[in-house]
Ligand binder design. Structure first.
Ligand SMILES: Nc1ncnc2c1ncn2[C@@H]1O[C@H](COP(=O)(O)OP(=O)(O)OP(=O)(O)O)[C@@H](O)[C@H]1O
Ligand SMILES: [Mg+2]
Length: 571
């Protein structure tokens, strides 16, 4: 009974069994693993590998609780390099299924088999099998009806199995993974040399094509992988995959760091596709904190956060500087709502991150054929044909047609400058000829009273005006002419929220700058040719110029192929 209770923690569903067995095969050095399941694993799961196998003496031991072969001393527990380390998985799985394991060790003439059924275990019996190990289990949860009841539909359970296979496949490109369901081969990831090829296999061509490689080192930490650059984005975080020492984990620090790297580049509710591999010394991370090992604990978590956020930011920055060569065809799932991305998790990141990043940004994205120093900026190289509808610039580019949203462009330029000025505590301001009056609730105006100095620092001069109203006297010079009341109101709301969380305060400048730049409505205006050219030059001098600070695209580019396709010219 006790073993069945423990099994519940490790084995929640068929996919958990697949995960444990695959991890064992990988730990055994297998290069080929076949997973066969029937009825989404509820009636059969069989996993065969060509790993090192077990001797007839080791085989029954593998089914004893806490009989792991992977840790030799107590200290090993503090530098775990294998996927398994507890000696829990096999006995747990065996206790809740009709189970058999067959193994033949390298150099051994014969294979041996042990069966477990209803808690009783046979002795190791000689049998014929090729080198490696096969674990087969039937009727999962046959003796744990409660578990069985909690299983979801067969389709859902199978999709969990696919997720497990996909993640391990991404972490181990050199292993050949095959997945069969009800006798049909559904996945056949042949061994490849490069992660890039595995990413193609697992995520599919379409997603994989929107990904760029990245690489970053910070002390003992190494961060690498593939990430999507704007405007590619997805409606959920399904493609945000993080690995620590090749173990797939769902870690809020890592996820937050990745999203922080994307801040101001994605629209609300959109997520990037990222395959991120963090390599960290084994003694810097505790993997023994979650029954299914999906969570880890970092010894220096803010270092890890920093490194990951920088890695992502640096790659995206380099990518946005040379946008040509990527497809800018509009992504279908753009939602119409334009709001700020807000992160659910707060952690400190030093402001100096950005400056450090800019110093090293050219190291990774080395673009073919162009030396970034001599080449004119991408935006200045566009040939301006004109402006339409008072808000779009129409240009020809080296690849075809380029359209720019002049408001989004202005917004990004103003945002980056305002952010810099804020950081340097030197926001230039303009005094308004006509003061604008904002009426606030009693609560809001009490709040604001305490924050007047802060807003002053960010370029907004406000003075009390009657009981609960304020007059806007001056605003940052970078903002366009207009109505600033909405901006002030939103900033007050933001400040009230930030008051609750000290840590969020660290990004305050950035948030206020976003609000300020966004909430002042930009009027449609006919631009002169020299103004359009100046705007393009400004974009070249601006980080992340391909997106406005809310993640809307600044630029859409249509290549000849795309235009031909749209005109149905392709045969
Ligand atoms: N496919 C396999 N090939 C070779 N040896 C295996 C295989 N699967 C299991 N073993 C052996 O059986 C032992 C028990 O496996 P089990 O998964 O229960 O524990 P573990 O992997 O050591 O730890 P954890 O419970 O964290 O997975 C392993 O330590 C290993 O020695
Ligand atoms: Mg194991």
């Amino acid at each position: 009974m006790a073993s069945r209770i423990a099994a519940g923690e490790v084995v929640e569903r068929p996919a958990s069994v697949v995960k444990e067995l695959l991890e064992n095969s990988i730990d055994a050095g297998a290069t080929e693993i076949t997973i066969s399941v029937e009825k989404s694993g509820t009636s059969l799961i069989r996993i065969s590998d060509n790993g090192e196998g077990m001797s007839p003496e080791e085989l029954p031991l593998a089914l004893e609780r806490h009989a792991t072969s992977k840790l030799r001393s107590d200290e090993d527990l503090f530098r775990i390099s294998t996927l398994g380390f507890r000696g829990e998985a096999l006995p747990s799985i065996a206790s809740i299924s009709r189970f058999e394991i067959t193994s033949r060790q390298a150099g051994c003439e014969s294979a041996y088999r042990v069966r477990v059924d209803g808690g009783s275990k046979t002795s190791a019996q000689i049998t014929a099998a090729s080198m490696g190990t096969t674990v087969e289990l039937k009727a999962l949860f046959y003796n744990v009806p409660a578990r069985r009841k909690f299983l979801k539909s067969l389709t859902t359970e199978f999709s969990h199995i696919c997720d497990i296979v996909n993640r391990l496949a991404l972490a181990y490109p050199k292993i050949h993974f095959r997945l069969e369901h009800n006798g049909k081969t559904l996945v056949d990831f042949v061994a490849v040399r490069e992660l890039r090829e595995r990413v193609d296999q697992v995520l599919g061509r379409e997603v994989a094509e929107s990904l760029r490689p990245f690489e970053y080192r910070q002390g003992v930490l190494s961060v690498s992988g593939f990430l999507s650059s704007a405007p590619a984005a997805f409606p959920n975080s399904r493609h945000l995959l993080t690995f620590v020492n090749r173990r797939y984990v769902r870690d809020k620090i890592l996820t937050h760091a990745v999203l922080h790297g994307y801040e101001t580049l994605l629209m609300k509710g959109q997520y990037p596709a990222v395959v991120l591999l963090l390599d960290i010394p084994y003694d810097e991370v505790d993997v023994n904190v979650h029954p299914a090992k999906y969570e880890v604990r970092f010894r220096r978590q803010s270092d890890v956060h920093d490194a990951v956020a920088r890695a992502v930011r640096q790659a995206l920055r380099a990518e946005a500087q040379q946008p040509s060569g990527r497809s800018f065809a509009p992504w279908p799932q753009y939602s119409s709502a334009v709001m700020e991305v807000s992160l659910p998790y707060a952690i400190s990141v030093s402001d100096s991150v950005e400056s450090l990043v800019s110093e090293t940004r050219r190291e990774v994205f080395v673009l073919p054929n162009h030396s970034p120093q001599t080449r004119p900026g991408f935006f200045s190289s566009l040939n301006v044909l004109g402006q339409i509808l008072g808000c779009y610039l129409v240009c020809s580019s080296g690849r075809g047609l380029a359209l720019l949203d002049q408001h989004a462009a202005h917004e990004r330029v103003a945002f980056e400058r305002l952010r810099q000025q804020m950081r340097a505590n030197a926001v230039e301001r303009q005094t308004l000829l006509l003061h604008q009056i904002v009426e606030l609730s009693a609560g809001e105006s009490m709040m604001l009273e305490k924050k007047l100095d802060l807003l002053e620092r960010y370029g907004f001069t406000l003075e009390p005006f009657g009981a609960s109203a304020y007059a806007i006297i001056a605003v940052p010079a970078l903002l366009p002419e207009g109505d600033y009341r909405l901006a002030v109101r939103q900033m007050v709301a933001e400040l009230a929220e930030i008051d609750q969380s000290e840590k969020l305060g660290q990004h305050l400048g950035e948030r206020l700058a976003t609000i300020a730049c966004h909430s002042v409505i930009r009027a449609n205006r006919q631009l002169e040719m020299h103004e359009m050219r100046a705007l393009l030059r400004d974009l070249d001098d601006t980080d992340f110029a391909t997106q406005c600070p809310h993640g809307r695209p600044v630029l859409l580019e249509f290549s000849r192929e795309e235009l031909d396709r749209m005109f149905k010219r392709v045969s």
